[in-house]
Design a protein around this ligand. Structure first.
Ligand code: AR6
Length: 358
């Protein structure tokens, strides 16, 4: 999980290093700086007094003292003056300097606040974009897990259009299990007794809670499984391949799809926000059963269409459900071929859901 967004108080993060949004004196202040000094104790201020301050865009390191992290990396963000005074370059430099210092000290996990986005007035959405772009560029060449810690979700103010659209998608497709058990039974029938290859998939789209599915399983008289089992030669021609696919495990299917997409393993697990160690486990254990979120993260990284996403999930024993908001939001993005993990996670965060990546 190279870059993960979490909502937390940064002083509580159990990582190798946390980053402080300090000022040039390094002698403490308000916001996250104040919280870090309070939690680390007076020894931090004593140490900071020996550092001779820090220039905007640069970074200095101290021990973590009473904090659960080993190090605190202090960086000084730019004050926002409207965006024409080199603020973006200075902010990028903060992230790069802090990350370089973290790498130099052997840190493999680092947590950042949204530097400059509080007292220094940098617009939160822009600050978030600079942070994500700069961290991603660094991670393309370094094995490190970086957390962007957001205190409140105002940085994730998505466009009104997008939130309305997602909300509408959820309303249209959400199936309340308790008010429409018949619909769920049908979904389960399909999960347990998938149709043979080539058979038309019934449309599972659901109306609002309480309404019947738009269309369901085919009527008995033209049931597809029977057609498929008729003895004609052509019906069996794909059988061997089908049986081979049934035998394929999650791990095998994942590796096959990575090859088919022409991706390297690292490109795939990085895009999926999946930790390299976890990926190695999946690679070496043919029967590895990932969590649903992990499986789904790989589907997004591979940019699989909906049907193939469900095939991959099924290999791990899951399916996208219409009675789960998290699933519906991810499905919304897949339907629109938008596989930007950061955009999906921003939307998930906005709707108070768990995030993709481990
Ligand atoms: N954990 C995570 N994020 C936090 C926390 C926390 N405990 N507290 C605040 N934030 P700011 P700046 C978020 O003002 O804009 C100080 O006085 C907050 O919501 O702390 O770089 C320094 O000494 C915001 O999104 O830093 C400087 O003088 C982000 O952290 C000046 O403030 C940064 O807000 C630096 O201002």
């Amino acid at each position: 999980m190279p870059l993960e967004i979490v909502r937390n108080d940064i002083t509580k993060m159990q990582v190798d290093a946390i980053v402080n949004a300090a000022n040039r004196t390094l002698l403490g202040g308000g916001g996250v700086d104040g919280a870090i000094h309070r939690a680390a104790g007076p020894a931090l201020l004593a140490k900071c007094m020996t550092l001779g301050g820090c220039r905007t865009g640069e970074a200095k390191i101290t021990p973590g003292y009473r904090l659960p992290c080993r190090y605190i990396i202090h960086t000084v963000g730019p004050v926002w003056h409207g965006g024409e005074k080199g603020e973006r370059e200075q902010l990028e430099s903060c992230y790069r300097s802090a990350l370089r210092l973290a790498a130099k000290h052997g840190c493999s996990t680092v947590a950042f606040p949204l530097i400059s986005s509080g007292i220094y007035g940098y617009p939160k959405e822009q600050a978030l974009k600079v942070a994500a772009d700069t961290i991603r560029a660094f991670l393309a060449f370094h094995e490190m897990t970086v957390y962007l810690v957001v205190f409140d979700k105002t940085a994730f103010r998505l466009s009104r259009e997008l939130t309305d659209d997602i909300r509408e998608y959820i309303d249209q497709h959400y199936v309340d299990l308790h008010s429409d058990t018949a619909a769920r039974r049908r979904e389960m029938e399909l999960e347990n007794f998938p149709l043979p290859p080539g058979a038309a998939q019934p449309d599972l789209a659901m109306k609002s809670p309480g309404q019947r599915p738009v269309s369901a399983m085919p009527e008995k008289k033209d049931a597809q499984p029977l057609d498929w089992m008729r003895m004609g030669e052509p019906a069996f021609s794909g059988l061997e391949a089908h049986l081979q696919e049934i035998d394929e495990s999650f791990s095998q299917m994942l590796l096959r799809k990575i090859d088919e997409k022409g991706m390297t393993d690292a490109q795939c697990y990085k895009k999926a926000n999946i930790d390299r160690k976890l990926f190695s486990k999946i690679r070496s254990d043919v029967h590895y059963k990932p969590s649903k979120v992990t499986a789904l993260s790989f589907a997004i990284a591979l940019e699989l269409p909906l049907e193939q996403t469900n095939e991959l999930l099924k290999k791990a024993g899951y399916a996208l459900s219409h009675s789960n908001k998290f699933d519906l939001i991810v499905e919304y993005f897949i339907q629109r071929r938008n596989y930007d993990m950061f955009a999906i996670n921003s939307a998930l965060l906005y709707f108070d859901q768990n995030l993709l990546g481990v």
